[in-house]
Ligand binder design. Structure first.
Ligand code: WTA
Length: 656
């Protein structure tokens, strides 16, 4: 029996089908058939219909330098113009673009007209300080209107931004600034989360002091918390002084469609995080299409994506997609559990949110909270404004799906389980709410035009019903263009020779249902972990651990976790001693803090175990499969006859 057969199927509601942008399976199949017939023509048609071009393109797809593909490359446009000006020209100037709710519940609204002024002034200030088209600007800001303004302002002048999540450490920030060769850093004095005020500028200062950031000419500091912060004369400037006296309008820089809109660093299986480089035209096209087709965005919708702008979801579905469609969206500064775990539900009620997009981890933790405390249960809130729900970032387990469907969606709202990646720019495999019968736990079918498939190790496509490696057979407009400064790594990571350089390798395993062809993602097949929807490379965490003076060797694996999807489990060999009891507990805390300092709190291992050695093959390779079994607490079924010292298995089996 196939994995999805035993589960209930949820048909698209009739009222949805009647009004959805893509209505009914026939319409979906017609789009897929159009792409099949004339692949370039299909995307060219959509790019003409959905984007505003300053100079129309005449070339659609250039494959001459594969896998470095180019889309619409002789066309010119500006993302900020498409997100702001064209809405104002269409009469939406007074429409609310952003409803901002701060951590403490203060609400402010920004209209499209206001947004144009704020973006223009900041863009003019960037230009005046010497930032030019193609320069890189690093943004290290909390969730805020200013974050969106900074990103849009970069796009307006053709500067390439690289947003660094506010939870990353000084070292991580430093590495990203250094790799990108950024000329300007935008940060804030601090951030407000969960009723606490946390410093940010001091971390930025520490990053710059680590060295290797000499390319930075200026640091712009938005005053969010009012905390005292040291300002370096000649380098640091407060946001309000930076924009003071700047003109209210900035003429957009009309850039080539292939101009890099942004870099976003993400973890891979080896080495340091890679700067995923995205384009202007192709990226924006997919942001718009997925807003319209997956989220079925309508003029009266209130859209809320709960991601942070530090991740790709916050790029495509906060900074760009909703604005490019003239939508109204929520930007939320705080956390789902403050002042209590009813915060999301209260905000949906108050702002009459109609489309809600969040991560399975958030759902699972709110289920737990609702079960523990009756007052924060969603049944206490009026959630009748909702019409569509979305999920992203990790597989959603059927039990969490059902709870989300019944308790948040009132058994009325379809759930779009959207599979995609930093590298793909937008949704790749996802239900469309007026089209796709839903099966909990499955991301269902490819977005129209996306040629997803499952192959074996040789790159041969597998029959439905079999599990294998997820690939994309043809380039698509919003795909990653390169890894910043490392074209070789780009080729190796995404177009490996194993597949003759012909298939995009997602890095995930997947299965397809034998009857329906529905995809189910089974998780990463490389050394990348997904903890609460955040991507972490095991190698990065291992490097952080061995940089501790007492650590001789470390190996990191993931193990399933009810709340966070996966949890980080580290096996550590210390120099000389193997601590036990309280000494071990103290060492664990030290190592967790050390990793937090090296990478950021999200990378702290949940579980650390000490051994006198790590299990290795005769050739000295760490037996990771065996470690994964140990992490899960499973019986070790692998052959251990080659192990030098089988006693270490007992040491590593036991936690502290
Ligand atoms: C995982 C986040 C199952 C997957 C947008 C992918 C998912 C990685 C889903 C990318 C989903 C994302 N179902 N798994 N709906 N969405 N993933 O780059 O392993 O932060 O490769 O992009 O998250 O994570 P990233």
């Amino acid at each position: 029996m196939s994995d999805t057969q035993s589960l209930q199927v949820f048909q698209p509601p009739a009222d949805f089908v009647s009004q959805a942008a893509i209505s009914g399976m026939e319409a979906y199949r017609a789009l897929c058939a159009e792409a099949e017939r004339d692949y370039a023509g299909y995307w060219a048609r959509l790019a003409r219909e959905h984007l505003s071009w300053k100079v129309p393109f005449t070339r659609t797809l250039d494959e001459s330098q594969a896998p470095f593909f180019k889309w619409f490359d002789d066309g010119r446009l500006n993302v900020s113009y498409n997100c702001i000006d064209r809405n104002i020209e269409a009469g939406l100037g007074e429409k609310t673009a952003i409803i901002f709710e701060s951590d403490d519940g203060t609400v402010s609204r920004v209209s499209y007209k206001d947004l144009l002024v704020r973006v223009s002034r900041f863009a003019n200030a960037l230009k005046a300080s010497g930032v030019k088209k193609g320069d890189r600007v690093v943004i290290y800001l909390p969730m805020s209107v200013e974050g969106v303004v900074a990103m849009q302002a970069c796009a307006r002048i053709g500067a390439t931004h690289s947003v660094v999540f506010g939870g990353f450490s000084a070292q991580s920030l430093r590495d990203r600034i250094n790799d990108a060769g950024a000329v300007l850093l935008i940060t804030s004095d601090g951030q407000c989360r969960g009723g606490k005020s946390l410093p940010l500028k001091p971390i930025a200062d520490e990053a710059l002091a680590l060295g290797g950031c000499e390319s930075i000419m200026k640091v712009v500091v938005w005053q969010r918390t009012g905390a005292e912060c040291a300002m370096q004369a000649g380098r640091d400037v407060f946001w309000q002084d930076f924009v003071a006296g700047r003109a209210d309008f900035c003429e957009p820089e009309w850039v080539e469609a292939e101009h890099p809109l942004f870099l976003l660093y993400t973890s891979g299986s080896t080495g340091k995080p890679k700067g995923v480089q995205h384009s202007t035209g192709g990226y924006l096209l997919h942001a718009v299409l997925t807003m319209k087709w997956t989220f079925d965005l309508k003029p009266n919708d209130v859209f809320w994506c709960t991601a942070d702008i530090g991740w790709v979801t916050g790029h495509t579905y906060i900074a760009y997609g909703p604005l490019a469609c003239g939508g109204t969206q929520i930007v939320f500064e705080g956390v789902p559990t403050f002042p209590d775990a009813g915060r999301f539900w209260k905000m949906i009620q108050e702002h009459k949110v109609s489309v809600f997009y969040t991560a399975p981890t958030a759902i699972r933790s709110l289920i737990k909270a609702a079960e523990a405390t009756a007052t924060v249960h969603p049944r206490n809130y009026d959630l009748s404004s909702l019409r569509l729900l979305g999920s992203v970032g990790e597989p959603i387990n059927p039990a969490a799906w059902m709870w989300y469907y019944e308790n948040i969606g009132g058994s009325r709202c379809p759930i779009v389980d959207t599979f995609w990646q930093t590298e793909t720019g937008g949704h790749m495999i996802t239900p469309l709410p007026g089209v796709t019968p839903l099966v909990p736990g499955s991301c269902t079918l490819p977005f129209p035009g996306i040629q997803a498939a499952i192959v074996d190790e040789t790159g041969t496509e597998l029959d439905w019903g079999k599990g294998g490696i997820l690939v994309v057979k043809r380039p698509w407009p919003s795909m990653i263009r390169n890894i910043w400064g490392d074209a070789e790594r780009f080729k190796k990571s995404y177009y490996p020779d194993d597949f003759n350089g012909q298939l995009y390798l997602a890095g995930d395993g997947a299965t397809r249902d034998a009857q329906t062809g529905y995809f189910t993602i089974t998780g990463r097949i490389d050394d990348v972990l997904n903890v609460s929807g955040h991507r972490m490379g095991t190698m990065e965490i291992e490097s952080a651990l061995v940089s501790h003076p007492l650590v001789a060797e470390a190996a990191v694996v993931g193990r399933p976790d009810d709340l966070t999807g996966e949890a980080i489990c580290a096996f550590v060999v210390l120099k000389g001693i193997r601590p036990e009891g309280d000494a071990a507990k103290k060492m664990i805390k030290d190592l967790q803090d050390h990793v937090g300092k090296q990478i950021g709190p999200i990378a702290k291992p949940k579980d650390i175990r000490f051994g006198e050695n790590l299990p290795k093959t005769r050739s000295g390779k760490i037996m990771r499969r065996l470690l994964r079994s140990l992490a899960k607490g499973e019986e070790v079924t692998q052959d251990t006859s080659t192990l030098e010292n089988p006693a270490i298995l007992d040491q590593l089996r036991r936690g502290v």
